[in-house]
Design a binder for this molecule. Structure first.
Ligand code: SAM
Length: 264
């Protein structure tokens, strides 16, 4: 007798996709080639995993829930190209994956932002990503300067990848239904900085410090994050940024210029 699927656990963000049409749309967007390896985070009951395994050379799927992992091990016992891993995707060593791995995942929403940051940190291993996220996070990823959704997440992500919103997914496409809307985004990893950033860790630090106090000017926000005022003033002048501006008005080029000026 095959194992029945375990009951969904809310605390692990278990909202399983049940609409085959959405699976088809995700697969079409991923444009998988038969020699590619796919990384899936949170395979759940395996609806995406099955489709990914049919399209790609191999699927590495990381599931944190031991009961789901056991269910999947039985379900995919006949699929030699599905490599199931039991563990926390936040603690996974992505640098052991083959180069140009493609990430395709319906992410657990309670932890989607730290997971995305972790994936971007390991992006040397990835070619592109197709991710389902809560709509609010997806909007922040694609937001441009001057909008309320634009923040450090937008800047850091757009610096690392070409990001686009693909399509929306309604709560009715999942069981149990989530309380928030969902959206699928595509990220094509950039091989180099589009704005000549040399020290990426410094860039991310300065972007975060700039947005740490959203209502304040860039000069005051950086000061409140502990940078000396005279160093801030000199760097803003060198980068051609008026100290009265707010972080949400600055584009990628300006953050790159500010990083270079503060670090020199
Ligand atoms: N891919 C399936 C689908 O589309 O139906 C399930 C998606 S469900 C939104 C998220 C999945 O991520 C669940 O199976 C959950 O157990 C798993 N998960 C939650 N936290 C995780 C973590 N830290 N590491 C790995 N998987 C996790």
């Amino acid at each position: 007798m095959p194992l029945p699927p375990p009951r969904p656990l809310k605390r692990l963000g278990q909202h399983f996709l049940v609409d085959p049409n959405i699976v088809r749309k995700i697969l079409a967007l991923a444009e998988l080639q038969s020699e590619e390896t796919v990384l899936e985070i949170g395979p759940g009951r395996g609806i995406l995993t099955r489709a990914l395994a049919a399209a790609a050379r191999a699927v590495v799927a990381i599931e944190v829930d031991p009961k789901l992992h056991a269910y999947l091990a039985e379900t995919f016992a006949d699929r030699a190209n599905v490599d199931l891993r039991l563990g926390d995707a936040l603690a996974f060593d992505y640098l052991n994956l083959p180069p140009r791995t493609v990430v395709v995942a319906n992410l657990p929403y309670y932890v989607s932002t730290p997971l995305l940051m972790k994936l971007l940190d390991a992006r040397a291993r990835f070619d592109r990503m197709v991710l389902m996220l809560q709509t609010e996070v997806a909007r922040r990823l694609v937001a441009g300067p001057g909008t309320g959704e634009y923040g450090s997440l937008s800047v850091v992500t757009q610096h690392a990848a070409e990001v686009s919103m693909a399509f929306q997914v309604s709560p009715g496409c999942f069981r149990p239904r989530p309380e928030v809307g969902s959206a699928v985004v595509s990220l094509v990893i950039r091989r180099e900085s589009p704005v000549g950033v040399a020290d990426e860790a410094a860039f991310a630090r300065i972007v975060r410090a700039s947005f740490a106090h959203r209502r304040k000017t860039i000069a005051n926000s950086l000061r409140d994050e502990g940078l000396p005022p005279d160093r801030i003033a000199a760097a803003l002048t060198r980068a051609g940024i008026a100290p009265s501006r707010r972080a949400e008005t600055l584009g990628l080029h300006e953050f790159a210029a500010l990083t270079a000026a503060l670090e020199s």
